[in-house]
Each structure stands twice: as structure tokens, then as C-alpha cells.
Write a protein that binds this ligand. Structure first.
Ligand SMILES: [Zn+2]
Length: 383
């Protein structure tokens, strides 16, 4: 308990030092990240062959590998907007040029932003910030229900837990990019944005052998400049439906409870019949509490809601090739939004190999923080 108290206190300390940022991110996560923290090297050293940049730190752009990647883009084509101050919106936001189309600050969506699933009643199921020591508990549950999700992977987590990422891929989840160090993309230079995306792409490729074509900016923080660079790199920008944030990321910081998250989720269920499209929800699998609320709160309700079809984003968009190399392990099943789809809920308890999974045989969800989570919380302040 002492360890847990220390950890929570540390998280709150980090949170309180970023309060101005929290208020600016009503549509994103809290800034618990160690932005240019003391553990990030200030002086450039090249990344050794076969190695990666320092985890949770913005990679150096003078690295020869990054210089190679920069040849893939024409940064003169990127619209010029000054990097933001850690993603914080200026006051008033009306001072921003319309063409900047900054999602968090101007609530602006570009025509090619993916923010909904087309078919009404379809929930684009996504989990961000993993893989973590708690991800396997989530994967166990999804496997037991033959349920696939889109997993937005942080590069620093991918190299920390490669076996977990490999498992997710092998089980047919849709693997996507969530940057290397989980910083606000609008706060970075053009070159840093390239480095964040390409190092993550490489880290994921090195583990699963395919290159994701979808990415999600941390905190939903994206404007026309960031979009242009991501698009030049061949990435599809997938955010979430405005207002469909479970706030599960606020449980570790103490400003949301499992009950409030489930209550929020239930209010959306009542909206389903009135929506003209499906929706994409923001959820996470970094912290134990986030996985706990998914397993004990949100997913059980969702599985029981017969009017709801949960699908990974590639599935709801009817995209059978979510990787540069093609389908990989991802299987497009049924027609998009069809409630009888094999991706649907608990009606198909077999996994892709035909193996019968007995949910009762799976490990019980831990109601308290386990040792591994404490270590994770102590070593990371990224949400
Ligand atoms: Zn995130």
C-alpha cells in the first residue's frame, strides 16, 4: 500500500504541475507525460544500429536514421503554423486561422480525419497507450468474446513489451500507431513529427513484421501541419468522435471513478438510435484502473447491448488492408455493421483457430493494483 500511495501521489504531483494543460485538453488525456523530463538526454548521441531512441523522449532529428526518413517527405508542402506550447489552446481560440483546423482547439475535422464508423449502431472499439503489463487481461477478455479492437501502440511501450504486442497482433487485433513518446504533436517541429511516427512504425514492424497505416495523435492534438506530414508518410489519421471520451484516463489521477466512466458510457447507449453514424470511443490500456473499468464496467454492459456492434476501426470502415503489406493477421469479417458479423460480441465464443475459450477459466480481474502495475505506474507518467 505504501508503494501504491507513493505512486498515486507522484502521479498527482505530476498532474498538478500540469493543471493548465489539463484544462486545455478536455477532449484528450491529461498531460502526465515526462515532457523533456530530467531523464531525457539533452545532448544528442546517435541511436546505435538495432537500437531505439530513449523511451518516452522525443527522438533527436539529427540522427542518420531520421535524416533518411526525412527524405520521404517534402516538408515545404506542410502548412506553416508555429508549434504550439505543449498543445495548449491559445485564448481566445478565435485568433487561430480557420485553415489551421486544430482538432482540440478549434474542434475542426479535416475531410479525411476518421472520427466515426459509418454504420449507425457501430462502435469503433479502440484502446490507446499500450502495450502494458495490464494489456493481457484486456486481450484475454476480448479473445473470450471473439472481439477485435484497434490498438493504438506507443513505440516506447512496443519495445518495452514486445511479446504483448506480438500476442495482440497474432490474435487479429488491428495494430496502429500512437507515436514514440506520446507528446502533443502540434508542439513539435516538422522533423520531430516525422521522427515520432517513423520510429514507432519501425518499432512495431520489428515486432510484428507489418507496417500500420493508421495512427492516432496523442490527446487528439492535430492540426493541418501535423496532418499534412502524417499523410505524406502514408498514414490515415484516426481520432475519436467528439464527446465520446470515456475519461478512463482520469481514474488514475483521481478525477474520474469507474462508476462515472460506466455512467458516461451508458448515456451514449441511449443516444445510439438518434445518431446518423456509428461512433469511435477513446479508451486506454496503460494503467490497471483503465483495464479494470473496461473489464468490470464498460465491456460487460456493451456485450449485453444487442443494438451495439463493436468493431475495430479497419473493420467498421470495411478496410481489409490496414497495413502497408496488406491484411496481415487482420481478417475483415462479414459486411460492415452487420450485427451477425463474426466480430460481434459474445455470440461467437470461438477464436480464429476454432479453439473454444471458456471465459470462466480466464484469470479473474484484479480489483487492486498488482505489483507489476505499481512498477509501471512508478516508472511512467504517460497517459
Ligand atoms: Zn494516448
Amino acid at each position: 500500500m505504501v508503494k501504491i500511495s507513493f505512486t498515486v501521489a507522484a502521479a498527482i504531483l505530476s498532474l498538478s504541475s500540469s493543471l493548465s494543460l489539463v484544462s486545455a485538453h478536455s477532449h484528450g488525456h491529461t498531460h502526465l507525460d515526462k515532457r523533456a523530463g530530467p531523464t531525457c538526454p539533452q545532448q544528442y548521441t546517435p541511436v546505435e544500429k538495432g537500437k531505439y531512441p530513449t523511451i518516452d523522449c522525443v527522438p533527436f532529428t539529427q540522427d542518420p536514421q531520421v535524416q533518411e526518413w526525412l527524405k520521404l517527405v517534402d516538408l515545404s508542402k506542410a502548412p506553416v503554423f508555429p508549434p504550439s506550447n505543449e498543445g495548449v489552446c491559445p485564448n481566445p481560440t478565435s485568433s487561430l486561422p480557420k485553415e489551421q483546423c486544430w482538432w482540440t482547439c478549434q474542434k475542426c475535422e479535416a475531410s479525411d480525419d476518421i472520427t466515426t464508423c459509418p454504420t449507425p449502431g457501430t462502435w469503433g472499439l479502440t484502446y490507446d497507450d499500450g502495450p502494458s503489463p495490464d494489456s493481457p487481461r484486456l486481450y484475454d477478455n476480448l479473445l473470450a468474446h471473439n472481439q477485435k479492437a484497434t490498438l493504438f501502440i506507443v513505440g516506447s511501450r512496443a519495445i518495452s513489451y514486445p511479446a504483448t504486442l506480438k500476442r495482440a497482433y497474432d490474435e487479429g487485433h488491428h495494430i496502429a500507431i500512437h507515436t514514440w513518446s506520446h507528446h502533443s504533436m502540434t508542439s513539435l517541429t516538422n522533423e520531430q513529427i516525422v521522427a515520432e511516427l517513423k520510429w514507432t512504425e519501425k518499432a512495431i514492424f520489428d515486432v510484428i513484421g507489418v507496417t500500420p497505416l493508421y495512427w492516432r495523435p496523442p490527446f487528439g492534438d492535430i492540426d493541418a501541419r501535423v496532418r499534412n506530414i502524417a499523410t505524406q508518410l502514408g498514414l490515415k489519421t484516426s481520432i475519436w468522435t467528439q464527446g465520446f471520451d470515456t475519461n478512463d484516463w482520469n481514474i488514475p489521477g483521481g478525477t474520474a471513478t469507474p462508476q462515472s466512466v460506466v455512467d458516461t458510457f451508458k448515456t451514449w447507449l441511449t443516444k445510439i438510435p438518434s445518431l446518423s453514424t456509428g461512433f469511435i470511443v477513446l479508451q486506454h490500456d496503460l494503467f490497471a484502473q483503465e483495464v479494470d473499468v473496461a473489464l468490470n464496467g464498460v465491456l460487460p454492459v456493451a456485450y449485453e447491448t444487442k443494438s451495439l456492434v463493436m468493431q475495430p476501426i479497419a473493420q467498421c470502415l470495411n478496410d481489409g488492408k490496414p497495413y502497408r503489406e496488406g491484411a496481415g493477421t487482420f481478417k475483415l469479417s462479414g459486411s460492415s455493421g452487420n450485427e451477425t458479423s463474426a466480430n460481434n460480441r459474445n455470440s461467437h465464443p470461438n477464436n480464429a483457430n476454432g479453439l473454444i475459450i471458456n471465459p470462466a477459466a480466464l484469470p479473474k480481474t484484479q480489483a487492486v493494483l498488482v505489483a507489476g502495475s505499481v512498477i509501471l505506474l512508478s516508472s511512467l507518467f504517460t497517459i
